[in-house]
Design a protein around this ligand. Structure first.
Ligand code: LHQ
Length: 261
């Protein structure tokens, strides 16, 4: 597939999606929203892809909605429909793909760009990264799932503070708050993310995908319902080649070779 606003690359069972509008700090215009959704669908369909990395080109992860596009919107333009048709689909594409998604946060993630980073399963941040719930700077409410993800990740008070102050949260603060999994020196980000992605792509990726489904679903379930859903998914994982291989490797005292099947 040919993309104009993003880069899509696969190597070693890892798909890397790079937001590629560096002149606007990777602001989302309509084509970039559509192409990022298409890229996640492409990665979902490709059985050879066992881990997905999302990052930005240049010095930013993403500055959110392209505000220069906004100025061209006509009077009766529906922002609600724009969000419904665009960002909602993008967030759902990220959270429903049953493969681990790593956001390699290379710089600022603002507004919808922050929401997109928060939708990933893991966030590895450069020490130059920062997170800004910039929506209120332009008189809007958080979208792109931020009202759902942010309080779950860092608690209500901090989430609300980020939303109403729209202040920059540094990578170090984000680590302290549990917003990111790891912070690394900028020059090591690519290497550290590649090591994470390689390790995940060599893992029992069927189980990783089912784990994502279970944990995301459990956020809305009672304990009794979650226990039942775990049993259901364990039935599936327990029939996988990876389970057989894992047990065999343990008894043979060697490292397992997982196929994600
Ligand atoms: C940009 C942008 C940008 C265009 C930097 N657009 N060009 C949903 C539905 C409908 C409507 C609206 O929104 C939403 C959801 C949202 O995402 S709302 C939040 C939208 N985003 C923002 O409010 C963030 C705007 N950007 C900034 O506050 C700053 O650029 C940050 C803090 C991200 C980075 O600051 P600096 O490092 O100082 O960079 P800069 O401001 O100098 O930007 C560099 C260039 O990028 C500059 O262009 P220029 O031609 O002057 O060099 C900016 O105009 C451009 N740019 N963000 N969102």
């Amino acid at each position: 597939m040919n993309y104009e606003t993003i880069l899509y690359d696969t190597a070693n069972n890892v798909a890397t999606i790079t937001l590629n509008r560096p002149e606007s700090l990777n602001a989302f215009n309509d084509p970039m929203i559509a192409e990022t959704i298409a890229a996640f669908k492409q990665a979902r369909r490709d059985a050879g892809v066992r881990c997905i990395v999302l990052t930005g080109s240049g010095r930013a992860f993403s500055s959110g909605q392209d505000l220069k596009d906004v100025q061209r919107w006509e009077g009766d333009f529906s922002i609600g429909e724009h969000v419904r048709r665009g960002y909602n689909g993008l967030i759902m594409a990220i959270v429903t793909v049953e493969k681990p998604v790593i956001a390699a946060v290379n710089g600022v993630a603002a507004g919808a760009g922050c929401g997109v980073a928060l939708a990933a399963d893991l966030r590895i941040a450069s020490h130059k990264a920062s997170f800004i719930q910039a929506f209120s700077r332009v008189g809007l409410v958080p979208d792109s799932g931020s009202t759902w993800t942010l309080p779950r990740l860092i608690g209500y008070a901090r989430a609300y503070e980020m939303a109403i102050t729209a202040e920059r949260v540094t990578a170090e603060k984000a680590l302290e708050w549990g917003l990111v999994n790891e912070v690394v020196p900028d020059e090591q980000l690519t290497e550290v993310v590649a090591a994470w992605a390689r390790s995940l792509a060599e893992g029992p990726t069927l189980a990783f995908g089912l784990t994502k489904r279970a944990m995301r679903r459990a956020l809305d379930l009672s304990l009794a319902e979650a226990l039942e859903y775990e049993s259901y998914l364990q039935e599936i994982a327990g029939r996988s080649q990876d389970f057989q291989e894992g047990v065999r490797a343990f008894t043979e005292k060697r490292d397992p070779t997982f196929k994600g099947q």
